[in-house]
Design a binder for this molecule. Structure first.
Ligand code: ATP
Ligand code: MG
Length: 254
């Protein structure tokens, strides 16, 4: 089983879209998949059609009471995946947890018993480096990095690498396991130049499949549906299906 943190300390690069789309595809391939929303923005929760203001239990309680385990807050979805949702209450948890001893290890502790129940646990991290991102990275076996085919996104990689080095004090095995180039617009050559630069710099870490810029990936979260349900034949859905196959091939052998 594999715990993947989908992380990048930059906003709007495709973390949530990648978590959801890869998670649903892995489930369609027969894997048992749990998605964890550990971002106060609750985008993953909302993209699955849930209203964060009416959710009974969330990752917030799981972090405050790690011995409950994620099952306490897990909801099943119509898409073959389970979800630990986030609510706006999570925004306040940053302060609540600030003084707590061992606050970096809460998610790792919470997942200890659950790991065996799933083939993949995908954790959707927020863009900021705070207690939630650190919890995601401490709990993870590997980091999956969405890298937008944009010059500034590419330049924020060293910052993430630095964070991973720090978190390795708590989780020595943590590595970047894969990089996926996202939002590639084939009509603009600058996008392709950046993709090529990323591939040259990071080599085999970069998945063969890159994710095209596709309007259906903007519309589907608003509709509360994964891309494979909202627009199964879209370029975005097809790319995420291929990416999920690569993810499965890369991690099944571990
Ligand atoms: N391949 C794509 N093509 C077009 N739009 C996309 C693509 N991937 C994601 N988007 C859109 O871009 C926006 C940002 O994507 P997403 O929410 O996945 O990023 P994020 O990294 O999770 O952002 P944040 O850091 O705020 O959590 C969303 O509106 C999403 O629908
Ligand atoms: Mg997000």
């Amino acid at each position: 089983m594999t715990v993947l943190a989908i992380a990048m300390q930059k906003g709007g690069v495709g973390k949530t879209t990648t978590t959801l789309s890869v998670g649903v595809e892995l489930a369609q391939m027969g894997a048992r998949v749990l998605l964890i929303d550990i971002d106060p923005q609750s985008n993953l929760t909302q993209a699955l059609g849930f209203d964060p203001t009416t959710i009974a239990h969330s990752i917030y309680e799981v972090l405050l009471n790690p011995t409950y385990g994620p099952a306490f807050a897990t909801i099943t979805t119509d898409y073959g995946i389970d979800l630990v949702p986030a609510t706006l209450a999570l925004a306040g948890a940053e302060l609540t947890l600030a003084g707590r001893f061992g606050r970096e290890l809460l998610l790792r502790t919470a997942l200890a018993e659950t790991r065996r129940a799933y083939d993949y646990i995908l954790i959707d991290s927020p863009p900021s480096l705070g207690v939630f991102t650190v919890n995601a990275l401490t709990a993870a076996d590997s980091v999956l990095v969405p890298l937008q085919a944009h010059v500034f996104a590419f330049k924020s990689m060293p910052q993430l690498e630095e964070t991973i080095t720090i978190v390795q004090q708590l989780n020595p095995a943590l590595r970047i396991g894969g990089i996926v180039v996202t939002m590639v617009d084939r009509r603009t050559s600058v996008n392709q130049v950046i993709e090529e630069t990323i591939r040259q710099q990071y080599g085999d870490l970069v998945f063969q499949t890159s994710i095209p810029s596709n309007i259906k990936l903007v519309e589907s979260p608003a509709a509360g549906q994964p891309i494979s349900v909202y627009a199964v034949d879209s370029s975005g859905a097809k790319a995420y299906r291929r990416l999920a196959e690569e993810v499965a091939a890369r991690y099944d052998n571990q």
